[in-house]
Design a protein around this ligand. Structure first.
Ligand code: ZN
Length: 267
């Protein structure tokens, strides 16, 4: 997971969704236990998808898996709209959820179906007593344990040891986020390659390239060879690309390359 700059809200977005939010409040007031009907055509519109695809470099906001390879990705609600669970072990959903945020631009992200499925309605807070309610919608009091990559720096809570996501200094936000999204999942998804296996392959490739680069560097101290210098430069470019926000699993690449002392200066 890496920090994401939320895309700009399209002109007229709030005006467009105001009526739809009023309908939800009216339905909730009429029957507090009713399941609410959400207008998918708003939050799953092409406008939303295109904006988030671009802002997130075509990657899942959580696991950095490329979206589109095996699934178009899900427009996901950071705060669950229909109901939530504080504990995963508690099977019953607590409702209502954050229905008033169903069309809130700042509550949307694009994720892969695996992260979205595993997260589902699991949305624990440090202090559940401070959870916002339809009548008291004060989100600033909440401290979600799931990391929102648009407002929290994920690397303060999650780092990678080889290809494995690991909480930083026992961070509760880190460990809970890893658990909610199952970031180290090992289960295969049908015929598709598991993202963790794919992340491991990416790690091993990077490690191998690094070993080769080190050998070539040593060689270059003993002989002057323009072609050798060219190969060394191309490896360096590869490393820079691997840590760029547009690269798949760039957080893992950053942690690996930082651990071996790779400097990203272009001198
Ligand atoms: Zn994902």
């Amino acid at each position: 997971m890496i920090s994401i700059a939320r895309p700009s809200k399209p002109d007229g977005w709030d005006a467009k969704v105001t009526e739809a939010v009023k309908v939800l409040f009216a339905a909730h007031r009429a029957d507090r236990s009713a399941s609410l009907h959400f207008r998918e055509s708003i939050y799953r519109s092409k406008e939303v998808r295109d904006a988030y695809i671009e802002a997130q470099n075509r990657k899942c906001a959580y696991c950095e898996h490329y979206i589109g390879d095996d699934h178009p990705g899900d427009v996901e609600h950071f705060r669950p709209k229909a109901g939530y669970k504080q504990d995963e072990s508690n099977h019953s959903l607590i409702s209502p959820g954050y229905f008033w945020l169903a069309y809130s631009w700042d509550n949307l992200l694009l994720s892969c179906w695996r992260c979205n499925n595993h997260k589902a309605n699991w949305f624990p807070l440090v202090d559940p007593k401070k959870r916002a309610k339809p009548t008291q919608r004060n989100l600033s009091q909440e401290q979600p344990l799931l990391i929102d990559p648009t407002s929290v720096q994920p690397e303060l809570h999650i780092r990678f040891r080889e290809h494995v996501a690991t909480p930083v200094n026992g961070s509760r936000h880190g460990s809970t986020t890893i658990e909610i999204l199952d970031l180290n999942r090992t289960k295969r998804d049908g015929k598709n390659k598991n993202p963790v296996d794919r992340r491991k392959e990416s790690y091993l490739r990077l490690q191998n390239d690094w070993t080769n680069w080190r050998k070539l560097q040593l060689l270059s101290t003993r002989r002057s060879d323009p072609e050798l210098q060219e190969v060394i430069r191309s490896y360096q470019n590869q490393f820079r690309q691997a840590i760029h926000p547009s690269a798949e699993y760039s957080a893992m690449a950053r942690d690996f390359l930082a651990s071996v002392g790779f400097s990203n200066d272009r001198s």
